[in-house]
Every structure is written in C-alpha cells, then in structure tokens.
Design a protein. Structure first.
Lengths: 387, 387
C-alpha cells in the first residue's frame, strides 16, 4: 500500500513510518517541524538526540534500500495539503500532525486558540483533500483516550448504543475532554464522522492511551534513526518522565493523589496498531473507532512500578494537581477492536523499564530537572488580558 | 443589568438589543458587519431595507431616550474582545456573533474553515475575556437545534442521563450535526462546558429552532429600526422564504419529501427567551442548556400552512434535497426550561403569517426569485483542488 504519514517527524510518526516501510509499504512522511519548534519555545529538548528528517530518511535508505519521501509543509496550508495528496496518491493517510500536549494548550489564550485552529483546520484540509482528490483514501486519525474523560459508565469504542425512554439509537460516545487540546480532538472526531456521512469517505479514529517506550525494532537499528524521548512536564508522557526522574535520583512527581487511571500502550504496539488499521481499512462511509491501549493503570501504580524496577531507592512525591480532573474515578474501557485485527500486546514489564532505564542512563547528562516541574495551571489564566 | 449583545447588528441581535433596552437594561452591541458582507459576496440583500447600525442606535435614542453603545470589531481579534468586555463591564454577554448559515458553511473548503475558525475562535476569545476580566459574567450563547440532528430517541435539554451496563452518568447529549456550521456550534458547546468546569464561569447554551417573523414591538416602532428579512436559499429561514415565494407567486420549494421535522420559534419569543435567560442566570460553574423552540412541524406542514394562509393558490414543489439529512424521522424534543422561566409562547398562527405577508407585499419589488433556488450541494465539493 501507499501510506502517507502526517506528522512523520514526530515521536510516533517517525517510528510508524519506518515500521510501515519495513513491512513493505510505500511510505511518505509530511511535517512542518512544529514539534521541534515547541522545544525552542519551551527551552526543552528530546533526551535522546534526534537527527534532521532528511538525515533520518537518508540513513533508512542506506540501511534498507527503502525510500521514504518527505513533504515539508503545513496542513493548514490547503495548497500544500491538496498537492501532496494528489502527488503521492496514497491508499491511506495516517494523521499524527497535531499539537498533542494538553499542558501546551492550557498555557494561555493564544496557545488554546493555536491548538484548536491548527488541529481542526489541518484536519479539515485533509478531509477536503480526500473528498476532492480520491474519496477512497482511508484516513487513520490519531485521537486520544483523554477525549472521553472519566465517565461513570464503561467507555465503549467511539459509539454507544443508548436506550432512552423506550427507544434506542447508536450515537457517538458522549465525551468530556479535559483540556483545550483534548477538545480539539473531539472537534476533529465530529468533523470526520460528518465527512464519512456526507462524502462516503472511510476513516478510523484511534483513541490512544499514554504511550511509553522509546524504541521499536526499526529505530533501534541505528542511533541516527532514534525517535524523540520527551520527559518535560509539557510534552513528556508520564511513564517516560518517571523513568527519567528515577535515573537522576529525584522524586517521581504524582499530581494529586495519583488515583487518576489511564490507558497505556507500548510504542511498539502503537506502530503495530497503525499497520493493522491501514491493512484492514474501514468501509466506505464508515467512521470506525478503536481504543488504542493495552492495559490501564493508575498514575500512582505507574510510579510504583517504575520505582520498583529502579535499582535506587526512589521516593514518590505528591504535587498539587495543576489540572482539573477527577483523582478517584470509575474507569473501564473496551479495547477489543485492534485485538480482533490481530494485535498482540506488549504489557508493561520490567524488561521494558530496564531498556528505558538504560537509554536514560546513557543520556542522563542531558536531563534538565527543572523541566519536569509543572508550571501550567488549568484553573487560572496567565494574565488579565492575554494577547 | 448591563448586557452586551455580540452580533447586535444581525437579524436577531438587533431586536434583542432593543427588547432588553426597552425592558430597562443597559445595553451595548458589538458587530463586525460580517453578515452585511455575506450579502455582497452572495449578491443578495435583506428584503426589508435596514439602516446602518449607527443610524439604528441614534433613532432608538431619539424615540426612547435610551442609549445603546456600539463596539465595532471582530471577536477573533482578542484585543478588541478583551478591551470591550473590560470597558463595558457587562453582567451578561449574549453571543449571536457567529456565521449562522449551514449552506454558507458548505460552499467549499474555504467557507467550512472560515465558519469553524470564526465561530470557535471568537467564542474562545469571549471565554478567556470572561475568565480573565470577570468570571461572574453570565454567557448566554446561541446554539441551534440542528446540532442534535435527528436522533431516534427523545432530544433532552443538552444533558442526558445514561444507564449503561448497570451504571449511570449524566453526559452532554450526544449530537449528530448536519453541516460544518452546525458542527462549529457543537465545538463551541464542548469548549464552553469545559470553561464552566475549570474556571467556574456561568453559561447558558440556547439551542434555537428555526426563527420566523420579522417584527418585534420595538422594531415595529419605526421603519428605521427594522431588522433583516432574509429569504434567499443561503441565509433565509424556511418559513420566511415560503412566505416570499407565496407572495411573488412561485412554488414553495420543499427539499426532498419535506418530512424533515424542525423546531420553530417566533422572533418575538426569541427576544423574550434571551431576556429570561439573562434575568435568571446560570449558577457559577453551571453549563445550562435550554432548547429554544415553541413547537415542531415538518417542512411540508410549514409549506402547507403558508399556502393555506395565502390569498393566492400556491403550489408546493419538491426539489432534490441538496443536503444530506433524514427526510422521515422520529422527532420529540423537550423544551420546558424556558417555559419554566416564564416564556409564554406565540404559536404559529394565521395572524403572524398575515403580518409577514403584508411586510412582504410592501417590499415585493425587491425580491430576486433566483436567490431562493438552492445551489450549494452537501454531497459534492466544488472543485478538484479548492483554494
């Protein structure tokens, strides 16, 4: 298949591109390097050094003989998006190209507006490109489990059968997202479902849990193929951040009482999920939703697991929760769709944490501990009049 | 109370401003005249001539002695929005200032992106202005019944109690909107509910039905206070358009079989609903939703009612439906919230249609019949690569 990866320079986009290329697909990546720009803005950096996209692509070709085309541009530029889709003529488009950090979207008004505009307009442009160029293209869109929030009922895969006053309907699962970022993904899902309905396009929306890990078989083949490893309070995912804290010997910082339960997934399973979704496309007109996680754990359990795997004695410290969220809640998620397509999950194990610990130790000299303390508050805005 | 009407130059914003002013409130209006600009773009015009906003305000002051302050600017300009809110210091903000036509949002990619960006960013800027300047301000936001679509279950007022697998929760009512415009309002509702949750602001979301009528007690006092009367296929609401068709003696055009059922409301009830919502604010942190309609009718029933009230013999013509929507469906809507606050509904009557017929006859020489034929198709986009 011909598969175009939007956001193909990012933490997951790049490993996904290599995994699909290794699996024999014709792959292209697109990126505007917004993610690298956020590092400059926030004064942080990937713990593991990453190469320029052009270098990455050249190394992959050198090692495997497989070309990966690179389109440099912004999805919010409709010309760029349409011409890329017409030029590469993909069978599937995997869409990671969104601002993906909840804290970043909560910095202030500008960051909230940027996040929603960037994500929603980029996705609208992709939907129009598909509808106008080839409605048969399968859109595989990355969503997040954070769109659901923490309802007091079971979380189904995107749709919910409702019985109400003696009548029934199947509706989009009602969501209660926890940041302007998570909201942007909810907006996307509504827009995509509508595009499926009116234009008959095919889409898979993947509500992904918190991803951990830094290596896949393909990125591990050469240091120059490494993907990002974010550990800061804005872009770092929680397990990765705990591992870094344990290595540099600072307390693992849990927000509030740590009872917040989250879905988790190993980075090696993420790339496999994308492959399964692409190779088993949704039907024409179908808005298909999978919950992309392999287990659930509370944040405190994650911290305890990392602490137990560490050779040092690592304390766990509770910080005032900067977010507005439930710290004790029901959480029962259905995630059978990808397993039915053949996903065999890597569950969180000491082996994985050992491998993350060893990567972290190698680059421990690059850690900036202050970057791990949360500074962005959900409850208050940053200024009286923000511009 | 001090009440700021965003979109105060529009079809409903202007009559609302006068109604609240007449009721003794201190009123200001804000507008960027986008609605007047759409007329130029589409080559259409209000059937009833309307004065410049500055003239309207001066006439109202001349007749009543009551001042209405006017802020000229764009809500997407965050500086303008924040400075206006700080300057006027309202107790309530009534927010009509959105692109409000489903067909306009479906013209092409640009119009879809414009509609969603304009509506969502404008509302985000209003939310931030409230949170940063005075979180006690009550936001009264205009939504639409079209956000719900036509579910096979009863439509509740914004929230739904769900029983699922033996557990229960109260969730935002799951919506299935029918255009990129309707989607923009769904996005708004999610953003506003989140702002209530994290900042403790108070908001009322009014999901309004199709409005008919052209006069309120206040606008009828002087020709120069008249509000818009749109009859074209893009901005005209269905009953108003049927009345114009009946007066100029062309068939009333029903899309598809006309079984689409819609909520309706008289313009005099709209302004009263806004007054009731403002004078009975939501609680701090509450996202309150009312369905703002007073009766439901199918499009065919509306056509038959107009045809019966007309002195001439008026045929009803079925057109291929340019929209993607169900033409036969269950439709049972709860709308008790505003009645509980004291709304006494004007139901659609021959008297109302008589009054609309007489206004229409007065301005019949201004009708452009071709403007009533639908040209915007939901199913196809307008070009191979739209820019």
């Amino acid at each position: 298949m011909r598969i175009l990866i939007l956001g193909g320079d990012g933490y997951l986009g790049w490993p996904t591109a290599l995994h699909l290329s290794a699996a024999g697909h014709d792959v292209a990546v697109a990126d505007n390097f917004a993610r690298r720009g956020y590092d400059f803005e926030m004064g942080v950096d990937s713990l593991v050094p990453i190469e320029a996209l052009q270098t990455r692509v050249a190394v992959w070709r050198e090692l495997t003989g497989k070309p990966v085309a690179a389109y440099i541009g912004d999805l919010c530029d409709a010309d760029f998006t349409a011409h890329m889709v017409a030029d590469f003529a993909p069978d599937a488009i995997v869409h990671y190209a969104e601002q993906r950090a909840a804290p970043y979207s909560m910095v202030d008004r500008k960051h909230a507006v940027y996040t929603q505009t960037n994500n929603v307009v980029g996705t609208l442009n992709v939907l129009y490109a598909i509808a106008e160029i080839n409605p048969d293209i399968h859109l595989v869109k990355l969503g997040t489990m954070g769109e659901y929030g923490t309802p007091n009922i079971d979380i189904e895969e995107g749709w919910l059968q409702i019985d109400h006053n003696g009548r029934t309907d199947r509706v989009l699962y009602p969501k209660r997202p926890g940041s302007f970022y998570h909201l942007s993904k909810v907006h996307d899902s509504h827009n995509i479902e509508f595009a499926c309905r009116i234009w008959g396009i095919r889409a898979t929306d993947l509500n992904q849990g918190v991803v951990y890990g830094q290596q896949t078989d393909e990125t591990a083949a050469d240091d120059r193929l490494a993907t990002r490893y974010d550990y800061d309070a804005v872009f770092g995912t929680v397990l990765n951040r705990f591992v870094v804290q344990s290595v540099i010997g600072v307390p693992l910082t849990v927000y509030g009482n740590g009872g917040q339960t989250r879905g988790l997934i190993d980075i090696r399973d993420t790339v496999r999920c994308i492959q399964l979704a692409c190779e088993n496309p949704a039907d024409r007109g179908e808005f298909r939703v999978f919950n992309q996680l392999t287990q659930t754990m509370s944040v405190l359990q994650i911290a305890e697991t990392v602490a137990a795997a560490s050779s040092e004695q690592v304390p766990i410290e509770r910080l005032d929760n900067p977010r507005v969220e439930q710290e004790e809640h029901y959480y029962n998620v259905v995630y059978t769709g990808l397993a039915d397509l053949g996903l065999e999950a890597h569950l969180l194990s000491d082996t994985l944490i050992d491998s993350l610990l060893s990567i972290t130790k190698r680059y421990a000299h690059r850690v900036r501990p202050e970057a791990m303390l949360p500074t962005i508050q959900w409850r208050r805005t940053s200024s009286v009049i923000s511009n």
